[in-house]
Design a protein around this ligand. Structure first.
Ligand code: HEC
Length: 430
């Protein structure tokens, strides 16, 4: 993602709604059991990834599975490594609306279950399982890529962009977009970008220059002013744009889908399908603002190097990195592989500061677009301040073909060993 489009960055977080029900009548001191207590938690928080054919390395679908991995589950849950949800919302930062956010009470239950000997309980009378509801219903349109991509990539992570033409002859009022994969075991996340008719030549050139299907694309779709329409991590359902808003996708637009393939646990081919939801009318069009620093330098070997990027809300939005005030609904922080932390603060016109999002341990693999439970009101004069921290020591280098890189001086760039310090935000009017 080189330059952020000033008025039209649409980052829909993607979730399904699910609630874990746990039995409140548990007698204190009694060992928790799988069927009575923890099965609904595993179902709501884990099995979207931890089930056969999905991205996690083992299944947690049955009592036998969960019991087998109990000794690994306790530290992963206690240290908040699982479910993967990098933002820290325990420190006064806004709550995030996502099924991967796991309440502490549920963490305690899993830990107590392990401590109590990971017992099965009464299989004949299981606790009710969570309802996983996709509020969107059936998509209005489905676009098949028509391509079974069989990767011959030798490394662990491949980033590839595929161009899909929905053959739109009139404006499509997009309210949500998602990507389905035939082989989710190798798909880490997907991002859907709009390629407007004016950007077609640039994308055709990228596609033609790469001998394989689609084109290699690490940090973003590699064409200027790409508009992000939606991002989805494995195991989540698409979520609509906020506040009744949507994107009027013009005739002639194509979708460019960035797929992050991860080959840690599986290989094989994959075919993507774009699903789009629409509305007859849109009450408003979300707008965006971005913060990005292009001038930082991270010396080889240095730890804790920081850079900041700022954007201010104005009543008369200018071209470039500025936007108008409204309700702030989501944040998409982005760095590359030697990033170690990223945080965004809202600095009010009167100098007051509050947290927007805080990722204390940046992990390039688990980046995403995060939607807030409650939107944040921003006024003219308020600023968004993004602070990036890097660790460029020998111990924190990316692997390329299995080989850790030697630290070198790093600056802004799109390559996998360049860095970025940016965050994009989605807003609607009040
Ligand atoms: C969004 C997908 C996803 C969800 C949801 C998820 N996991 Fe994982 N899990 C993974 C992946 C992928 C790995 C492999 C390591 C990695 O990539 O971080 C993993 C690894 C693990 C490990 C092994 C860690 C180690 O020590 O090697 C455990 C234990 C685990 N998960 C438990 C859970 C539990 C329990 C839940 C639910 C409370 C859960 N996970 C939810 C994707 C997920």
């Amino acid at each position: 993602m080189k330059r952020l489009a000033a008025t039209f960055i649409l980052l829909a977080g993607c979730t399904s709604q699910s609630t874990a029900t746990t039995d409140p009548s548990v007698v204190p001191g009694e060992a928790l059991t799988y069927y009575q207590d923890t099965a609904p938690i595993f179902a709501a928080r884990c099995v979207a990834c931890h089930s056969p054919g999905n991205i996690a390395p083992f299944s947690l679908e049955t009592y036998g599975d969960a019991m087998k991995y109990a000794s690994l589950i306790k530290p992963a849950i206690a240290n908040k490594l699982m479910p993967p949800m990098p933002p820290d919302t325990s420190n006064g930062c806004p709550q995030i609306d996502d099924e991967r956010v796991m309440p502490d009470a549920e963490r305690d239950q899993l830990i107590k279950w392990v401590d109590g000997g990971s017992q099965a309980g009464d299989a004949a009378h299981p606790a009710p399982m969570p309802n996983v509801v996709n509020a969107l219903g059936a998509p209005a349109a489905v676009y098949d890529s028509g391509l079974d991509y069989a990767s011959s990539f030798a490394g662990r992570d491949e980033y590839r962009c595929f161009v899909i033409d929905p053959a739109l002859t009139s404006t499509f009022n997009l309210v949500a977009v998602g990507v389905k994969s035939t082989n989710p075991a190798i798909v880490h996340h997907t991002i859907v970008y709009a390629q407007l008719p004016a950007q077609k030549a640039a994308v055709d050139q990228l596609d033609a220059a790469d001998p394989l299907p689609g084109y290699e694309c690490f940090g973003g779709p590699n064409f200027a002013n790409a508009i992000t329409l939606g991002a989805s991590a494995v195991g989540s359902e698409p979520k609509p744009f906020p506040n009744g808003s949507g994107a009027p996708v013009p005739a002639g637009t194509r979708y460019v889908v960035q797929v992050h393939y991860n080959f840690d646990n599986a290989r094989g081919s994959n075919r993507i399908t774009v699903e789009a939801w629409s509305a007859a009318t849109l009450t408003q069009i979300p707008h965006g603002i971005g913060t990005s620093n292009y001038t930082f330098k991270i010396p080889a070997g240095a730890v804790g190097v920081q850079a900041t990027a700022m954007a201010q809300f104005t009543t008369t939005p200018l071209a470039g990195n500025q936007g108008k005030p409204g309700l702030l609904w989501s944040a998409f922080p982005h760095m590359h592989q030697i990033g170690s932390a990223i945080r965004v603060d809202l600095v009010r016109a009167n100098g007051q500061r509050s947290c927007v999002i805080d990722i204390p341990k940046w992990d390039f693999h688990w980046q995403g677009s995060y939607q807030f439970k409650q939107p944040i009101q921003v006024a003219a004069g308020d600023q968004l301040l993004t602070t990036c921290t890097w660790d460029n020591s020998a111990a924190h280098q990316p692997l390329i073909d299995g080989v850790p890189q030697t630290p070198k001086d790093i600056t802004f760039g799109e390559g996998s060993t360049d860095e970025m310090c940016l965050a994009g935000f989605t807003l609607t009017d009040f």
